[in-house]
Design a protein around this ligand. Sequence first.
Ligand code: FMN
Length: 222
Amino acid sequence: MANLGAVQLNYGCGADECLRLVENLEANALILHINPLQECVQSHGDRNFRGLFPKIAELCQRLPVPVIAKEVGNGISGKMALRLIEAGVAAIDVAGAGGTSWAKVEGERATDAQQRRLGQTFAEWGLSTADCIQDIRTLDTKVPLIASGGLRTGLDAAKAIALGADLAGMAYPFLKAAHESEEDLYELVEILLAELKTVLLCTGTASVADLNHSQFVNAIFY
Ligand SMILES: Cc1cc2nc3c(=O)[nH]c(=O)nc-3n(C[C@H](O)[C@H](O)[C@H](O)COP(=O)(O)O)c2cc1C
């Protein structure tokens, strides 16, 4: 899946360029990340988010592959999800708050005092992953939902799926393991699988898919 900042649609990367990008990469989907807070804290960030919805809608119509929308760690609300679904996106990754904080990263990277201060102020800001999933699942839509942002264990993944997500994603744990060794990466996958299987066995659930919106949501949480 190719990945591009949605704001780039306002900075010279239009539907034609995206089409070429997807074709050149032979991508199966285009993920658009919507990251206003990151761009605000980033020194010289791209902050013109005006008029993006019609451009996203055009993209969804013209691309031969699905367009997926995501945040990068500050969450997507039900209201925002609705507008994205109306624009034609095929799936949403809420990428909520609670894990990797790009405000923190960009603040640390910044060399000027104002951007550093912005990063500190907004370090923990955003909608939590759990709140986003629950909010979007109150909508009258079955849009495929990916939960990411702060998930660290197979139990976290099971909780997110029990709340209504279809898939669970993790960034930081995989990057941390990969930074050590390839072996650590495989070990992480084994641990995550063991944690998921433990949830399934202890709740008498046949498959991960059966966890989705399951009656065991209370058992899994407490
Ligand atoms: C080092 C790093 C690089 C990332 N780069 C991107 C990116 O290029 N595009 C994107 O959509 N999200 C990117 N993300 C955000 C993740 O996909 C995810 O939404 C966010 O980090 C929350 O998940 P986590 O708490 O498991 O890290 C990146 C995350 C990390 C840690």
